[in-house]
Design a protein around this ligand. Structure first.
Ligand SMILES: [Ca+2]
Ligand SMILES: [Ca+2]
Ligand SMILES: [Ca+2]
Length: 468
């Protein structure tokens, strides 16, 4: 079953927060005299971002709102070169929208620019080509994993292909269409036999896969949101049938397809039905466990990394005792289980297991956990992303956490094209930000700050991924 709640309307408190944010940015925007800049000579300026590299895009935005034109942007070291005839440019660029991202600003010469205006468009067309996509400010998740900072270095490479192994992706969504690869998309929900009928990979009953896809790679295109890796390509590998089931043959078909089609990373925000835990000592379940294990191992050997949701049952994966929910396609029974029973694919060797955090950087109440079971954690509570039909909405679940890590893996693959699944796995673990157990004692959280049952190696970090 997929690992998320249904899309929800904005909660009252979140809506209030969004409103407050809107009025705040409107107030600061008006601080810059955009409509009536003081006319002055044509001058060129350098603007340094707060850190190096830094938030170059926000500084570009500040330049435009101060009546300037961006001439060059050096993402690598956080410097923007700009031109303006606003006599108060140096003041306005710090006082207006995103001005707080500016560390320092200086004119590059004392004489008027002799070579004339650059010919680049100025403030007039900023509405048509905004520096930030309209809803990026609502994406707290990207700030938590530092994807916003990582994008000053790279958005990811077109060479990298990510499989969204899920309920289908709406490739007509304006925020997904630019990055969608139809040629490598497929459906596996008829007996696990690949079907490439055009459009068969689209969603039919569930928005889940479209939401996951947006978190991985929604485009930087002036529309809606921006994903973790907006420069990479995505393909839909449909493995969830119209009743919400992912049978083993679907999941096997999907991972083999992904590897055969040279996908670098695949996201799996689901557990294989009908058993939440597949037990090795049971005839049917043992055989399935082995078949699925082989498929994922083969895919990893062929260069495809798998990232998977840890699950939404607030269950300790390192101390299994009971399962009351399986099989979920007939009549569930209550049974005693042990650690030889696996939640698949998340507990398979080499699969990155992702727990969920809230905006407060703590474990989401629903997130599964387990010492030496969780690899890393990422945002999964109230995540804004794309919905079928061109819309946007928030969803919650470890389903929403996993695609953040998939996106970081895609950035890592972009900056290290020679790396395979094992190198990517090690880097994801090593670069995660250590996150301690809660200060109020919680018996469920065991281990160290460096590696514990709630957050594994820590909260995943996109900035380190692009710096190594
Ligand atoms: Ca966008
Ligand atoms: Ca794992
Ligand atoms: Ca760690």
């Amino acid at each position: 079953m997929s690992r998320s709640s249904r899309p929800r309307r904005l909660s009252a408190s979140l809506a209030a927060a969004a409103l407050a944010l809107t009025s705040l940015s409107a107030a600061t925007a008006y601080a810059a005299p955009l409509d009536d800049p003081t006319p002055g000579p044509l001058m060129n300026y350098v603007i340094n971002t707060k850190a190096s590299p830094g938030h170059v895009r926000k500084v570009e935005d500040a330049v435009k709102h101060a009546g300037g034109t961006v001439l060059s942007s050096y993402r690598q070291f956080g410097v923007v070169v700009a031109q303006s005839t606003n006599a108060n440019f140096k003041v306005d660029v710090r006082a207006g929208r995103n001005g707080r991202e500016v560390q320092s600003v200086g004119a590059t010469r004392t004489a008027v620019v002799s070579e004339g205006a650059s010919g680049l468009s100025s403030v007039d067309d900023t509405a048509a080509t905004p520096v930030l996509d309209p809803r990026e400010s609502e994406q707290w998740d990207m700030v938590q994993i530092k994807a916003d900072q990582a994008h000053n270095v790279t958005d990811g490479s077109r060479r990298v292909l990510v499989g969204i192994n899920d309920s289908g992706v709406d490739d007509t969504h304006p925020d997904l269409a630019p990055n969608f690869d139809a040629r490598d998309s497929v459906s596996c929900i008829k007996n696990g036999v690949p079907d490439q009928t055009p459009g068969i990979w689209r969603p039919t009953t569930s928005p889940h896969g479209t939401h996951v896809a947006g978190t991985v790679a929604a485009a930087r295109n002036g529309v809606g949101i921006v994903g973790v890796a907006p420069g990479v390509r995505i393909a839909s590998v449909k493995v969830v049938n119209d009743d919400g089931f992912i049978y083993p043959e679907y999941s096997i078909c999907g991972i083999v397809w992904a590897a055969e089609h040279h996908m670098d990373v695949t996201n799996h925000s689901y557990f294989i039905d009908p058993f939440q835990f597949w037990c090795k000592d049971n005839g049917d379940q043992g055989a399935v466990q082995e078949a699925v294990r082989r498929a994922y191992a083969w895919a990893a050997d062929h260069g495809t990394l798998s990232v998977a949701a840890a699950g939404n049952s607030n269950y300790d994966l390192s101390n299994k005792t009971t399962d009351t929910t399986s099989p979920n396609d007939s009549t569930p029974v209550s049974r005693t289980i042990d650690n030889n029973c696996l939640d698949m694919p998340t507990e398979l060797p080499g699969v990155i297991t992702v727990a969920s955090t809230t905006q407060a950087r703590v474990k989401s109440s629903f997130s599964n956990f387990g010492l030496n079971k969780i690899d890393v954690a990422a945002p999964g509570s109230t995540i804004l992303s794309t919905l079928p039909g061109g819309g946007y909405g928030t969803m919650s679940g470890t389903s929403m956490a996993s695609p953040h890590v998939t996106g970081i893996a895609a950035l890592l693959k972009s900056t290290h094209p020679s790396w395979g699944p094992r190198e990517l796995e090690r880097a994801l673990q090593k670069e995660a930000d250590d996150t301690a157990c809660p200060t109020t004692p919680d018996a469920r959280c065991t281990g160290t700050t460096a590696n514990n049952s709630f957050y594994g190696e820590g909260i995943a970090d996109a900035l380190d991924a692009v710096h190594r």
